[in-house]
Design a protein. Structure first.
Length: 341
């Protein structure tokens, strides 16, 4: 076997044949493009605006434009049509943006894979939680989370399920709690528990103060329901989704009744002029699932998070945990009136 200088294989003395192959595949201009540059291009494509993308990525609009031009020159293609109020993808731009998404996702997997086994979630779990669930469930997670996952930091983002799942798919979050059954390419899910609703009614309502009330005995026209969170419930006036505290205050002012999840009982009970009453019979409610990217490197850690949340549900009054493969498992929608989170 003959070695030439410090290299190997075909090529001039002192060179490495593998290095030469890499140089032939990646141009000098493209090798100068950083992952940050690609992330800036991705942000412009997603936001449809240089100004919005610059604000999101904490960079000046002129600096962002310069870096995008750098990527375009390196690739030899115009990615965006500039002009007017917005930014549109140029011909072939969508295909290149998809490749950039793949590169950035691969870099994330590389970083995560290098940390697997050293610290849970690579040191931070970015969890998305609906605003109607987070304030009532997460306080129960504060103590057991570090006990289970050591030094890993828990970062919370609140929002509506649809937006949270989009951010999860785009890599901005690591996991999301949301209603089960929503199919998003590249995401996996596990149903964790069922949470029943109870009635929250004005203190002067004829049924206020009772131990329980059948829904069929109430006038649906007196109900105030939220458009998304109560999508599975029948009747009533529909309003845009607000916080549960705001919903309860609305009932306290306008009268009538609404449905609220039992986890919020203690917080809502302190609001004046309202009364909380159990639903007699099979109560409507919501199922909660854990979502994550199917290609994540944190599969084992996320399975542990799911187990922890199921265990917490089993110890919280009113909740029905869903044990994978066990007799307590429920399919999405098995409960009467099951609604989005």
């Amino acid at each position: 076997m003959i070695f030439r200088g410090e290299g190997w294989g075909p090529g001039p003395p002192g060179t490495n044949g593998f290095d030469g192959m890499q140089r032939s595949m990646i141009s000098t201009a493209l090798s100068a493009v950083s992952l940050r540059d690609l992330a800036l291009v991705q942000a412009v494509a997603r936001e449809g605006s240089f100004i919005s993308a610059a604000r999101l990525m904490n960079i000046s609009a002129s600096g962002l434009s310069h870096q995008v031009q750098k990527v375009e020159q390196a690739l030899g293609i115009t990615l965006f049509e500039r002009g007017g109020r917005g930014v549109a993808l140029a011909g072939g731009g969508a295909r290149v943006i998809a490749l950039i998404d793949d590169v950035l996702a691969g870099a994330e997997r590389l970083q995560a894979g290098a940390l697997v086994g050293s610290i849970a979630f690579g040191g931070e779990l970015r969890l998305g939680v609906p605003a109607t669930l987070g304030p009532y469930l997460l306080p129960q997670l504060i103590e057991p989370f570090p006990q289970r996952f050591g030094e890993a930091r828990l970062t919370i983002s609140e929002g509506k399920p649809r937006g949270l799942l989009r951010r999860l798919a785009e890599g901005e979050l690591d996991a999301v709690l949301a209603p089960p059954g929503t199919t998003v390419p590249g995401l996996s899910q596990r149903t964790l528990f069922f949470e029943p609703y109870e009635l929250l009614m004005h203190a002067d309502h004829p049924a206020a103060g009772r131990a329980s009330v059948k829904l069929a005995t109430l006038d649906p026209a007196q109900a105030t329901l939220m458009a998304e969170s109560h999508a599975g419930a029948q009747g009533g006036e529909r309003i845009q989704d607000v916080s549960l505290e705001s919903l309860a205050t609305l009932v306290a002012v306008r009268g009538g009744y609404t449905l609220v999840p039992v986890l919020a009982h203690d917080r809502l009970a302190s609001i004046p002029n309202v009364s909380l009453v159990s639903v007699e019979g099979q109560a409507p409610g919501r199922e909660v699932a854990l979502y994550w990217r199917s290609a994540t490197a944190w599969g084992e850690d996320l399975a542990g998070l799911g187990d922890l949340l199921v265990d917490l549900a089993g110890r919280m009054p009113g909740l029905t945990p869903v044990v994978e493969g066990g007799a307590g498992e429920h399919a999405a929608g098995n409960h009467a009136g099951a609604a989005p989170v």
